[in-house]
Design a binder for this molecule. Sequence first.
Ligand code: ADP
Ligand code: MG
Length: 379
Amino acid sequence: MTRTPAGERANKRIFRAPGRVNIIGEHTDYNDGLVMPTNTALYTWVSISPRSDRLVSVVSNAFADERQFDLDTIAASEQPEWIDYVQGVCAEIEARDIRLAGADIAIKGNIPLGGGLSSSASLELAIATAMLAVVNVELPPVEIAKLCQRAEHRFAGVSCGIMDQYAIACCGEGRAIMLDCRSLKEDAVEIPKDVSLLVTDSGVKHQLAEGGYNQRANECRDALAVCQLQLPEILSLRDVTFGQLQRISKQMDQVSLQRSRHVVSENDRVRAAFDALRTQDADKLGQLVSESHVSLRDDFEVSCSEVDSLVAIANSCDGVLGSRMVGAGFGGCVLSVVATEHIEGASQTICRKYKALTGSTPWMHTVSPALPAGEYIAT
Ligand code: ADP
Ligand code: MG
């Protein structure tokens, strides 16, 4: 199959979807709990030219090879690769009785892959908005988020919650949202100007990460079953209060207790962090973010020594109010809450100290406002 010659790509359009940074509320979304993400100006760009047939041809700057598939014969792979995210989104759109057109697609992104900033959901949303737009179909952003989540479940084999896709589809510019992942009710809050959010990539990705996410999701399911023996009224871990957990802790195995304690305490921290942002209490926000890291490290056991070292380095710098690992864990990025007046000095010191420890310069990014997924119209 050949791509449409350049001269014929008259209908080329460009779409983009941002990355997202989850300020707090980690591993709570698939427990029906609370999360507090914001979007940032890192993007997956999709340039798309519709074809007259049903073939989709895709290149990405992140991978060397060009891939093709036929919209009529999409099937989930045993061993998912990057193209499965694209195929999955197309399949889920067509599952809603929307007939897509073939297309030549070029993907370009600057979100670190597997770093916890959700390059996967960004790719899904950029593809979904592009594929829908070329056939003139409009869906509510939340519906696009849901079909992208299903694509990640069915075609990438990741049992993710709705947070990433929802934030990238729906979160307004310069805001964080406290999202209830059960009801999908959201409360938005402005990020105060004197608070900066700094992301530093540890550069580490452990093998464990591959299956670690699904393993934790399964452990949470087991923990729920254990809790339900004592608390039959609960439907998910988000329904358990801290007091209830303390009361039933003696009847629980150690792993179930730890996983539940993280989820229950993290939900409380999200509520408190939302209040801290609303009242512009940067110190409190930093403290909650640091507490989240301790819980992810000790109770949920998804951190690793390199990330713990990076968190410690960041927290030792002037103006850093708190830090934690972000994303699934076992490596990836660290988020620091920094007083804006200290952002440059803190970035330089973290970079210098982490380089002294590891020998390599970490990738860093300061969160900046970004629109949700949509068409990019040059101004
Ligand atoms: P995260 O979402 O935290 O970045 P994931 O492991 O969930 O990490 O998703 C990363 C995967 O998503 C990549 O390995 C790749 O398969 C796919 N992906 C993300 N961005 C791109 C891109 N620009 N081009 C091709 N594939 C991408
Ligand atoms: Mg992802």
